[in-house]
Design a protein around this ligand. Sequence first.
Ligand code: ZN
Length: 153
Amino acid sequence: MIYTILDMVSDMLTIRTLGDKVLTQKAKRVANIDDTLRTFCASMVDTMLQSEGIGLAANQVGVLKRIIIVSDEGNILKMINPEIVEFSENKCMMEEGCLSIPETYLPIHRAETIKVKYRDLKGKPHFETYSGLTARIIQHEIDHLDGITMDTL
Ligand SMILES: [Zn+2]
């Protein structure tokens, strides 16, 4: 694969923390999946990895668009307009952290398994089932898109 200069200058984005009102606002759907979006997602991935996070929502870097990055057992999922269409009745509890709420871990109840609809960076639609930690991260990140932070759950 040949990279353009633009691919190589993706910058570390600034992570917004609690008190920033962008974290309480609802993100809007992405209309166009284009090179600008792909470049932004690459910066989100860099920012998440450099911050040693396992998930990141666009709100957390000040962008009110429905985009999340999720670490899925070694893979990194880039989900555009993600939507949970089914939650399992089975719930589990685990302590969660959040890059926007440093050094805070809170026990949160979440569905064990979810079914999610989203588009990838090529615009291809996906409909997948996730469970365990990946399902938890997706639920946490979609909460961010809806202006919900874990301290209010
Ligand atoms: Zn978070």
